[in-house]
Design a protein around this ligand. Sequence first.
Ligand code: PLP
Length: 396
Amino acid sequence: MSINRHMYQLGAKRNIMREIFEYGKKRAEIVGPENVLDFSLGNPSVPPPAKVNDTIRAVLSGPLSDSVHAYTSAQGDAEVRAALAASLRRRFGAKCGPEHLYLTVGAAAALCSCLFGLACPGDEFIVIVPYFTEYKVFIDGTGAATVEVPAKEGTFDLDLEALDQAINRHTKGIILNSPNNPSGVVYPAETLTALGDLLRRKSAQFADPIYLISDEPYREVVYEGVTVPWIPAYYENTLVCYSYSKCLSLPGERIGYVLVPPSMEDHQTVYAAVGGAGRSLGYINAPSLFQHVAAACDGETADLSVYQTNRNLLYEGLTGMGYTCVRPDGTFYLMVKAPEPDAEAFCRRAMARDLLLAPTDTFGLPGYVRIAFCVDTEKVRKALPVFRELAEEYGL
Ligand code: PLP
């Protein structure tokens, strides 16, 4: 049989997080779902805000009811893009119009449209370790190389010296993800200012722009008044990849966008390449009904307060037991150092007690586990004594 081996391997390959998730579903049939403490996947646990369903009902019964299921313009409905651009101008002082937005099937498609639109033979894209596993899959698809640059040990902030070393004349771009999956870190303004300076200097040195691809599906999922800096304000050659999956709890509906701001050099050409990539990847257009939901609900969030409660309970509980944790300022992930070098072995011990965690090896960083705390607080309360038992077993 002659098929694409790379694609075969992607489809057949073991994805440990999915495996743990499937295991959890099987265990739930045996011991009851309330007894499976599943912290493996980043599936939002809170319902979307009421405005989502109100908008759907209004669109389906209003003047658009006949046309809403039709194809839209490839880049997204013009009125939807105008509404989103107005929202970005209002909320972030962004200098953009509808002609700078390209609606996508979530952040994943936004990232692919940018990467495929930019990549040329021999190019490299930098990712910051630990990183969302799919970045490498997306970059591999373009034929470009993935270059892993570690974040700073301990704080997981950007290591600008390491970035300085890694950037070379083949570097086409850097994927930045703040708030970060899996570390929960939000990069501060000072880091972004220094990053902007570094990228300007390197772009001038190699006489070619180095693009920042800012992956922002967790932009609104932040704690205690933390705000996420608007990245294009720090570096002009930034493409923003946004998604409504996490803030509106709509991951299955697949809606997001790419912003190619007019501050970017040759922004019209880049915008056309992003759209061309979307065309080549067969995206056609983002889901029409949910384009309207995005326009009406941009800036709204689901009630995210449960994540704050869970973050506090877990961070304080686990550090009190002797675990070393990275304090998340955003996202619904908490990274904990495994109490033995083999994080998978620690996860197996936890799994034997129906506590399901993800080792961060697949995020490029061995030795940690990721706790996805987008669950009912009751599950967090049930999990804490299990973490304590494990801490005692390991003698923390
Ligand atoms: N980027 C990061 C960092 C993510 O964690 C995820 C999903 O978990 C995505 C992108 C993909 O999001 P979407 O559902 O919008 O495609």
